[in-house]
Design a protein around this ligand. Sequence first.
Ligand SMILES: [Zn+2]
Length: 510
Amino acid sequence: MARSDERNHPQESSLPAALWLVPLVASVVTPGLLWTAGGPFAFGFDLFLTITALVAPVAVVTAAVLSRGFKERIRWSLGVTMVVMTLLFQWPSFTLVGRRVAGVVSVRLVADVVPVVVAVALLWVTVRLAHTWQFAAITSPILVATTAVLVVSAVSVIAPRPAPVDATEPAAEAPDVVLLVLDGYGRPDVTLEPFGFDTSAFERSLEELGFAVASAATANYTFTYAALSGVLELEYVFDLGPVTDSEREAMLASLSGDARMIRAFKEAGYEITYLENAWAGSYCGGLVDECVRDGLLERGLWGIGQLTVAAPLLAMARPHPFNSVSFGHLESLAEILTRPGSDGPRFTFAHLILPHQPYALDADCTRQTAELRRTLDSPSEAERDAQRRHYAEQIACVNATIVAELTEAIAARPDLVAMITADHGPRLLPLTELEFWADEAMRERLSIFGAYRLPGCDNRFWPDITPINGARAVTDCALGTSLGSLPDVNYWVPPGGNGDVVDLTDRLRN
Ligand SMILES: [Zn+2]
C-alpha cells in the first residue's frame, strides 16, 4: 500500500511551494482580467473583483480536496489545481486551438475533438508531473507572463480621472433631465411596419406625454461606441478617415462619464446619475454622483460561464445580462428619476441594452423559451422572419414599460426634459463589411427611433434630427446655453474600432 502511494505521489521537489502557488493565483485572476480588460473600454474593477471572488473558492476547494495528507502533496495539488482552473475557465483558448487545426485540415469535427484531446493530455501529464521542479519551471513563467500582459492592458484602459468641476448654484426652476438611449431600436416605419407590426399606439402615448416623435430620425454612427460617445460629447468624436488613438481616448473618457454634456450639467449644479449596464463600454466615471450598478453577481456569473465548456448551454439556459440588467433598470426608471434626497436638479443618463438582441422578452415582458433566445450566425429566411417577430415582441414590452414609467415620472416632474433615442437600428438584415453592405440593410441599421420632450423649446426639434443634435437641443433647452446645431451626418465606423470612418449621408438619403 505504502509502495503504491509512493508510486502515485513520489517525493516532491524541494523547491519553495510558492513556485507552484504563484501560477495558481495567476490562473485564479485571469478569468476576471480576461472578461474586463479586453478592449478599448474602461477597466471594470468591480466586475473583476466579483468574477475573481467567484473563481477563487473553486481553486481553494480543489486544492484542499487534492491535498489530503497535506504536506507531502502540497506542490502536486497546487500544480494540478492550477491546470484544472485553466481547463475550467480558459476553455475558449482550447476551442481556438481546435478551430485553427480544423481550418488547416478542413474537417469540422476536428474543432470539437482537438480541445478535448488537448485538455485530457494536459491533465494526464499534470497528474504525473505536477510535483516536479520542471513542471513549476515551465508553468510559472507562462502563467505569470500571461497575467502580466492582461494587467498591463487593464491598466491602459483605466478610465481617466476627470478634472474637478466648479458647480454653480442651479436656477430654482431648473428642470430634471433624462437621456434614455435604447440600444438597437430601429425606426418603426423601416423595421416593423412593412412587416405588419403596428407601433403607432406607442407614439400616440408619447405625444400625450408631451413628446415629439422624430419620424425620420437617423443615427450618427453605425456602432454603439461611436454613437454613444458622440451624444455624450455633443459632437462628432470620430471623423472621416482612419480611427485615431486620440479619438479612442476621447471615446473612453466620454463613455466613462467625463463627457462634455455631463460636465455642462454638473457645472450648472446638476447631480449626475449614471446607469451602468452589462455592455463593456458602460462605466460610471469620476464625474458621476450616483452610479446605478446592478447585477454585478449576474454579470460575473455570466462572464465566468462564457469562459467554460458549458458556455453554449448556459447562453440558452440563462437570460443574457444585456437584457436582464437593462430590463431591471427600465422597470425602475420612474423610481430612479423621482428618487427623493438630492438637493439640486438631476441629470440621468440611462443606456439600456434593449430592444437589442438576444430577444428574450415577450410582448408582455415574460421570458421567451431558450430556443427563441438563440442568436444565429447565418439564419435562414424563416429564422430571420422569426427573429423579426421576436424583435417586435421585445419592442412591445419595452414600449409598454416606458410609457408606464414615464407617465409616473412626468406626473412627479412635469417639467422633465427628456430625450429617448436609439444609438443605431437592429441588425436583422446582414451587417457585413461596408463594401458588401446592401442599401436595405444600411437603411435598417441607420434609421432609428427618437422622441424628444423639450418644454418651451419646440423650435429645437426637427423630424430627421440625429442624436448628436438632439443632445445639443436638450442641453440648450435645459441650461439656456446656445450650442446650436451641427450638420446631421451619418457615418460608417468600423465594428472593432480599427479602420476607416466613411460618410454615408448621401447614400442613406437618396
Ligand atoms: Zn448599440
